[in-house]
Design a protein around this ligand. Structure first.
Ligand code: DGL
Length: 263
């Protein structure tokens, strides 16, 4: 089983990308709806939640874990990689690799939650791959609630996006990383705002392709993973917003399974 976790159902954009790229693989997803959002929590709380999420997925039979939540990946990704002996993949490195490859000018924009942007991880990883890159980061705390409310085509969302994206446009970035699970659901508004010359990197697809490459490069590990397309979507709470965001991500009715993992 491929385990995927997120602070909520936004990470289903990653699960959807894995389903698209590797349809035969079995997936077990955990969305921590009861404790979302992580983006406004402290690093120690986020790390504690991330460990509990990994333990849950491993107990359910995951052999590899994808940290779909940019916030958890930026704060606790390295820590999880040190502490667990299964492969832990995350959304940041694949998106960074793609951004560095795509950027001609080296001027790269990143948008994410407050915790992700304050961690500086995107900037550090981009500059490790391209020391002459200039990274312009913008935290966008209003976007997650707007997506969860389903305000995907509202004038108000467009206005807020304009405000967040303006500084990045002024800095002349040629590449923009969507550093949050929820932002791919707004890419139809983000792309036109940034203009055709700006390449928009969706970290959900980037990690799905990185996973495919990992499995191709490690055939004996891949053989040990279940095939058959079994899927479980566990959440720590079932709310109306979670249910409707999940169905919106997949474009189908989703059967969310309720679990408690924090007791
Ligand atoms: N999953 C989070 C992320 O990708 C967004 C929602 C939250 O703040 O928990 O950063």
């Amino acid at each position: 089983m491929i385990g995927i976790f997120d602070s909520g159902v936004g990470g289903m954009t990653v699960a959807r990308a894995v389903e698209e790229v590797l349809p035969e693989r079995s997936i077990i997803y955990f969305g921590d709806v009861a404790r979302t959002p992580y983006g406004s929590k402290s690093p120690s709380t986020i790390s504690q939640y991330a460990r509990q999420n990994c333990d849950f997925l491993l107990a359910k039979g995951a052999k590899l874990i994808i940290v779909a939540c940019n916030t958890a990946a930026s704060v606790a990704g390295h820590l999880l990689q040190q502490e667990y002996d299964v492969p832990i993949m995350e959304v940041i490195s694949p998106a960074v690799a793609q951004a560095v490859k795509s950027s001609v000018s080296g001027r790269i924009g990143v948008i994410g939650t407050r915790a992700t942007i304050s961690s500086n991880i995107y900037e550090q990883e981009i500059c490790t791959l391209n020391p002459s890159a200039r990274v312009f980061s913008q935290s966008c705390p209003l976007l997650v609630p707007l997506v969860e409310e389903g305000w995907l085509a509202k004038r108000e969302t467009k206005m807020i996006l304009r405000r967040y994206l303006h500084p990045l446009r002024s800095h002349g970035v040629d590449t923009l990383v969507l550093g949050c699970t929820h932002y791919p659901l707004l890419s139809h508004m983000i792309k036109p705002r940034m203009g055709r010359r700006v390449k928009v990197i969706d970290s959900s697809l980037a990690v799905a392709h990185a996973l495919k490459k990992f499995l191709t490069d490690n055939p004996s590990f891949a053989e040990g993973l279940a095939l058959g397309g079994e899927r479980h979507y566990y959440v720590s709470d079932i709310t109306e917003a979670a249910q409707s965001t999940a169905s919106r991500v997949f474009g189908r009715e989703m059967n969310l399974e309720l679990v408690r993992i924090d007791t």
